[in-house]
Design a protein around this ligand. Sequence first.
Ligand code: FAD
Length: 444
Amino acid sequence: MAEPGVRNGEKVVSWGRLAGVGQVVSSENLEADSQGAALSRGLGRSYGDSSLPARPGDKIVQTPLSDRILAFDPVSGLLRAEAGFSLVELNRLFLRRGWFPPVTPGTKFVTLGGMVASDVHGKNHHRSGCFGAHVTWMKLRTADDRIVTCSPHVNTDLFDATVGGMGLTGHILEVEFRMERIPSPWIWMESRRVPDIDAYIRGLKDAGPHWPMTMGWIDCVSRGKKLGRGILMAGRWATPEEAPRDPPAEKRKLRLPFDLPSFAINPLTVRAFNELYYRRHPRKVRTGIVHPDSFFYPLDAIHDWNRGYGRRGFTQYQCVLPDEAGLEAPRLFLELLTRLGGASPLCVIKDCGAEGRGLLSFPLPGTSIAVDLPIRDNTQAVVDALNAFVIDKGGRIYLTKDGFTRPEHFRAMEPRLPAFEAVRKAWDPEGRLKSAQSVRMFGA
Ligand SMILES: Cc1cc2nc3c(=O)[nH]c(=O)nc-3n(C[C@H](O)[C@H](O)[C@H](O)COP(=O)(O)OP(=O)(O)OC[C@H]3O[C@@H](n4cnc5c(N)ncnc54)[C@H](O)[C@@H]3O)c2cc1C
């Protein structure tokens, strides 16, 4: 019989519905569980194969039961917690007390460990950088089963490779980072329609210096003059004076109770959805106070929305095109995407700020475009073609979303990879830590 908390041969599934089989271990004692494990896994919100076992027998630690807050200093905002502590719980406890994480991704169903390993970015990347920029200390179990600490000043090579390192340098056990003081728990938001991709990129660049948070949705299937039209959103925390007496309504949560058939998302339905979504926004600029959940996590309002892509699942292609590639690069990317038939209702665009210190962190100064691609027979060919474009423009893709990039493509787009590999080798010479993604992408 298996020990309590150990499940042999368990199927683990990523958000994009890729699957693997491992020996899954999960309890409140992450420090003990991580002994001899090949990989850690949080809430499985990475789309691709980064949180999947490399081989069927590999021991995988599932962290969400290790979710204690260990210290909080209300003067400095420093918070220390176990790596399985979730963002949903963090927000529940701290928002009404006037604190918010310095960086949040577009879902709150993630763990601190997952946020560090992906070095997540948010709507404020142009101002606040990635989550790792706010991490002050970490406790890790390394591949040789030692417990070590690292920070921007201690074991810095390990720190820099762990931030954005997709779990390949050690199991993150505890994380300390600085929370942000906020003036009220509400968001002042402005949104407007933008007629095409060129206007959109100009709008994003103009909004950046004035707004701490910007991003938006674009229509990536319409062609010609309408290509890349969309809705540009900008926001900031509301002041106490602006804060409403009655809290703005939280959107009701819906659940997708079954898989939609895979033909449900096709060019016709996507075009119809996009038209409706664009027209639903009034012509004039919309302003007002909104609930932070509607602003930061619109997709969380539909639980299990990943079932909308059918049983074969989907991948998300997210790349960043550097500013040096020119303002026309996003338009050329969208033209290529539509030519390749990459129809998707979800296409999100964001301008990124400076590159962070994480050796494999995703963003660099430029424009990030994220698009869902339902998995079809030609998905590999579509990703290959998009990657060739991104390499040509000096950009790169986001590992936590990826399940299809070829190793030679990643190597061509990531000049920092040899530095990352050197640190990984120094801390794990026998190659004990691995994921399905690391074997696919880095060969080990
Ligand atoms: C709807 C949606 C919106 C999103 N929006 C954004 C966004 O705006 N910005 C953004 O940057 N990302 C975004 N993401 C991606 C998401 O933030 C990351 O994939 C995040 O890492 C998921 O956290 P998790 O706890 O689910 O980690 P998992 O998916 O379980 O794991 C992700 C990676 O982290 C590693 N890992 C997890 N825990 C540990 C640990 N304790 N020690 C070592 N390694 C660990 C895993 O090995 C794996 O490589 C979004 C995802 C979804 C589903």
